[in-house]
Design a protein around this ligand. Structure first.
Ligand SMILES: [Zn+2]
Length: 236
């Protein structure tokens, strides 16, 4: 059964004794999500993590920006422009299945008396000073909707490819050569001895992945191992 847009699955290979997630076998959805993390402006990262009390000093900085009265800002600046910068995906919460979402493109507004235009509504025209409120049709960027040669699966990477993702979020397409190199690197003699666990990722884990990616080199272990460890202990 298809998972809803805010859930995805990930297969993890775990060393229970060493308390480590060694690597994950991932499809398009998880790789899209990792690439999406890179596309986020820092202001958005702070806003996303702040609600979960996950940010330290950047959280306080964010709070000060939010509380700075409008009279202190330059006329063309505001706290919402800084704290809610435009993202590739327009979403109030962290999206997990980018293939189910459209890229976000701005509306374009123009000055009715000359040739200036903007993507910020109600900005004064630099030439005639009139407010730019007239709206063009919505801007469309390259996407499957207007590029017939693009497959209809959205997001960043093509579907039908399997990737290996290591604990530090390094990822590669899973070829036999890459897989053997990884097993060697991790000193794994027999892959059948590893525990295989499928985890379901919901937005909460998405946020934890984002936070852990900025803090450590053992992201998959720190986000997923505790729950897996508990499951495995109760099973045994
Ligand atoms: Zn004008």
């Amino acid at each position: 059964m298809a998972l809803p847009p805010h859930k995805m699955k990930l297969k993890l290979f775990v060393d229970i004794k060493a308390k480590k997630v060694l690597f994950a076998e991932a499809g398009k959805d998880f790789i899209d999500f990792l690439i999406y993390l890179l596309s986020l402006p820092l202001g958005t990262v702070v806003s996303l993590l702040k609600e979960e009390n996950m940010m330290e000093s950047l959280g306080s900085l964010c709070e000060s920006v939010k509380n700075l009265p409008s009279g202190y800002w330059q006329p063309n600046q505001s706290n919402s422009l800084v704290l809610k910068p435009r993202c590739l995906f327009d979403s109030n919460r962290i999206p997990l299945k980018l293939s189910k979402m459209g890229f976000f493109y701005p509306q374009i507004y123009y000055c009715s008396s000359d040739t200036y235009m903007t993507d910020v509504p109600n900005l004064p025209c630099p030439l005639c000073k009139l407010t730019m409120t007239s709206r063009f049709y919505t801007y469309v960027g390259p996407s499957h909707m207007n590029s017939p040669e693009l497959p209809d699966d959205g997001g960043f990477v093509k579907g039908m490819v399997t990737y290996i993702v290591t604990d530090n979020l390094e990822f590669k397409s899973m070829t036999t050569k890459e897989f053997c190199t990884l097993l060697n690197k991790l000193s794994i003699k027999d892959v059948t001895e590893l525990d295989e666990v499928v985890v379901e990722i919901v937005p909460d884990e998405g946020l934890k992945l984002l936070k852990a990616s900025m803090e450590c080199m053992t992201v998959l272990t720190s986000v997923f191992f505790e729950d897996i460890g508990k499951q495995k202990t109760t099973q045994n």
